[in-house]
Design a protein around this ligand. Structure first.
Ligand SMILES: Nc1nc2c(ncn2[C@@H]2O[C@H](COP(=O)(O)OP(=O)(O)OP(=O)(O)O)[C@@H](O)[C@H]2O)c(=O)[nH]1
Ligand SMILES: [Mg+2]
Ligand SMILES: [Zn+2]
Length: 352
């Protein structure tokens, strides 16, 4: 397989030039499993591990290779396994706050060109959750497309209402209704997939991400599981992996997320709520927080009913959450750094 078929282009080539050493070649990370990596390069797929130097140089989990990353590797045993020597900068990067109380990033995928945010017509439909995914995608420098899945489970009228609700809430992203059960919309989905480009399916467990992949691959390659009576998925997919489709596009399947915490999504929020961002340019104060300031164009628009209350609330909630998480994160990273320095001086002093 040529590197271009795996998504390698001029942008990565330029970055590779500075990092690639003699005896190394480029490969793409296709799966990560607790410190073990699967990579794919010109010679095909093989397992790989991090070179020790890199493992020690890394000071945050976000610097570790993740699915979709381009890495410089050195092959061993005539290509049976490899060592990852360096990671190229990421053009795009999808990540969330780790579930639970920990303030850290969880990497979802790197170098995705277009993420598909899958929401099902059925139990899963939730506009506020959709906002979260949109913000995350924007924060990762991608332009998301929404998939409204399982449309076979609702009437055409109900479907139209759901789409209207998405639009009413101010979401302008491209939207594709489809059903893997009847095949409706699946052709349109396939037409969106450009060979050599990388896509990713995101969304709650049970919305039909893997079923869609199996459908377009024409056979049941990957495991899927029925949803429970409450409509909750059973976490059929347990790890992220990058698949090369026969038609040439690259697709990352991800396990359904129970919780999508927003971390450091300042730009993502502005991009996703561009209507509010545009309004804010007319606020009297440049640093207006749109909470109680006089002459706030956002508040006025909300009061006039032009800006939906739910959307306005969602904006504030995500903003507060991201600010809180970001503050805790920066704080902890500072402590980590200070601690790292302390250890280094300690080691140095004990050596002398
Ligand atoms: N009626 C209907 N059922 C579907 C459709 N797509 C998927 N399903 C069913 O929904 C269930 C969950 O599908 P999966 O593909 O496993 O969902 P997933 O999003 O990959 O879930 P995780 O891997 O847990 O994140 C399965 O029982 C599928 O058969 C659809 O278009 N219509
Ligand atoms: Mg799945
Ligand atoms: Zn304002």
């Amino acid at each position: 397989m040529k590197l271009a078929e795996l998504g390698f282009d001029d942008w990565f080539e330029a970055h590779a030039a500075e990092r690639l050493h003699a005896g190394q070649t480029m490969a793409r990370v296709t799966a990560v499993d607790r410190g073990a990596y699967m990579i794919r390069g010109k010679e095909g797929q093989c397992s790989a591990e991090l070179v020790g130097r890199l493992r020690f140089a890394i000071d945050s989990t976000a610097d570790l290779p993740c699915v979709g990353d381009w890495v410089c590797v050195q092959y061993h045993n005539s290509g049976e396994n490899a060592v990852i020597c360096d990671v190229l900068p990421r053009r795009t990067f999808l990540r969330r706050k780790q579930a639970g109380s920990s303030i850290d990033f969880q990497m979802i995928a790197a170098n995705v060109d277009t993420p598909f945010i899958v929401q099902s017509c059925h139990y899963d439909f939730n506009l506020r959750r959709l906002d979260r995914y949109l913000v995350m995608a924007r924060d990762g420098k991608t332009t998301p497309i929404i998939i409204l899945s399982k449309i076979d489970l609702v009437t055409p009228e109900e479907r139209a209402v759901l789409i209207e609700r998405i639009r009413q809430s101010g979401v302008t992203a491209e939207l594709l209704p489809l059903s893997s059960a009847t095949g409706e919309g699946v052709d349109t989905f396939q037409e969106l997939l450009v060979p050599g480009r990388t896509y990713c399916l995101l969304g709650s467990s049970g919305v039909g991400k893997t079923t869609l992949i199996n459908h377009i691959m024409g056979h049941d390659t990957f495991e899927t599981k029925p949803v429970s009576v409450t409509g909750e998925g059973t976490h059929a997919t347990t790890r992220r992996q990058l698949i090369a489709l026969d038609q040439g596009a690259l697709l990352v399947d991800t396990p359904g997320m129970r919780e999508l915490g927003i971390l450091g999504a300042g730009n993502g929020i502005e991009a996703s709520f561009s209507d509010i961002h545009d309004l804010s340019e007319q606020c009297r104060f440049a640093d207006c927080t749109h909470t109680s300031e006089p002459g706030c164009a956002v508040l006025m628009s909300a009061e006039a009913g032009d800006l939906s209350e739910a959307r306005f609330k969602s904006y504030h909630k995500l903003k507060r959450e991201s600010e809180f998480n970001e503050m805790s994160y920066v704080d902890r990273r500072k402590k980590d750094k200070a601690f790292g320095k302390f250890i280094k001086t300690f080691k140095k002093n004990t050596k002398e």
